[in-house]
Design a protein around this ligand. Structure first.
Ligand code: HEC
Length: 312
């Protein structure tokens, strides 16, 4: 007779499997981090998330009760079978049951049936002297097989017929999440003109932005085309008394008179931090580099000379 799997082993194990299944299917807002070292923190997040649902607790408690009943039934069956054994078999069974479960499991992996046992389960067909034994499948294997079947049905139903774990729905949810994150990022980085600080700006980054977004109208060297020459001392717009803040406002709010100079900040094409950089670049272009005059191929001056903003 076979030894019974003790309740202290299969009850916690089954509960753990149920918990793991919940962890796989219950959705969470938390975006897991990639990488091996995040496995434990990610799992911990998911575990605390799963345990915050009362349904999970109800299922676990019901499962525990059912498992205790199963364990009780197993004990009764064991007692009944035991009573039918011969005294010698009973003594052997008791002897075996003293070995710990894990040790017994390891030992059994290298055990083989006795010749008499083999005789009983031999099938009555054979070929070339090769015979087949009608071995029972291991219980853990059968359990995994049935669990796999149930999982398949649940998974296919959920995947194909509901919104749960549906790739398109997941895509939409995740896109919405990223958009919210992006909006928060833009808000955090969108500084207004009074917070702009030329000393903190990256002129190299500003140059990159200028070449990508502004050069089509102002030319890469700022000498002007569809947009005015930014290297001379003439200015059409004088919105602020300070030159740097004037440039910043032009890029953030656009030109009040000419829609060709768009409001890059208001339309979210650039955030305030980027405008801080590109304005610093334009400022440097105007104050530190020599003016590109008409004779050098630059655009003719537009607007008025502003004394205070002349090159020092
Ligand atoms: C589609 C063409 C176009 C693009 C792209 C463009 N601008 Fe302009 N920009 C103009 C025009 C036209 C004006 C003149 C506006 C006016 O007449 O008020 C102007 C004016 C300006 C002024 C003020 C000049 C003055 O004399 O008042 C600044 C500074 C400026 N642009 C910077 C930029 C920066 C920086 C970018 C890139 C982020 C940029 N512009 C992109 C067309 C453009």
């Amino acid at each position: 007779m076979k030894q019974r799997t003790p309740g202290s082993i299969f009850i916690p194990l089954t509960l753990l499997i149920i918990l793991a299944a919940f962890m796989m299917v219950i959705p969470t807002d938390f975006i897991p981090q990639n990488g091996l070292k995040y496995i434990i923190p990610n799992a911990w997040h998911q575990l605390t998330n799963v345990l915050s649902y009362w349904v999970v607790w109800v299922v676990l408690i019901l499962a525990l009760l059912m498992l205790l009943v199963v364990d009780g039934i197993n004990k009764v069956v064991e007692r009944k079978k035991f009573a039918k054994l011969t005294p010698a078999e009973q003594a052997k069974y008791l002897e075996e049951s003293k070995i710990g479960y894990i040790k017994r499991l390891i030992k059994s992996s290298s055990q083989k049936q006795s010749d008499e046992e083999e005789e009983e389960i031999i099938l009555d067909h054979g070929f070339d002297g090769i015979l087949e034994l009608d071995n029972a499948l291991p219980q853990w294997w059968v359990a995994m097989f049935y669990l796999g079947c149930i999982y398949c049905v649940v998974y296919i139903t959920a995947y194909f017929t509901t919104d749960f774990a549906h790739p398109y729905v997941e895509y939409e949810v995740e896109t919405a999440q990223l958009e919210t994150q992006f909006a928060a990022w833009v808000k955090a980085n969108d500084i207004k003109v009074d917070q702009a600080d030329m000393a903190n700006a990256s002129v190299e980054h500003g140059e990159e932005i200028f070449v990508n977004l502004c050069a089509t109208c102002h030319m890469a060297d700022g000498s002007g085309a569809a947009g005015p020459n930014l290297t001379d001392e003439h200015w059409i717009n004088q919105i602020d008394t300070d030159l740097y803040r004037n440039i910043y406002s032009m890029v953030y709010d656009g030109s009040p008179n000419n829609p060709a100079m768009q409001a890059f900040g208001q339309t979210n094409q650039l955030t305030g931090l980027d405008i801080q950089d590109v304005a610093a670049y334009v400022y440097q272009l105007n104050q530190e580099k020599p003016a590109i005059t008409e004779a050098d191929g630059g655009l003719a001056p537009q607007g008025e000379v502003v004394e205070a903003w002349k090159r020092q």
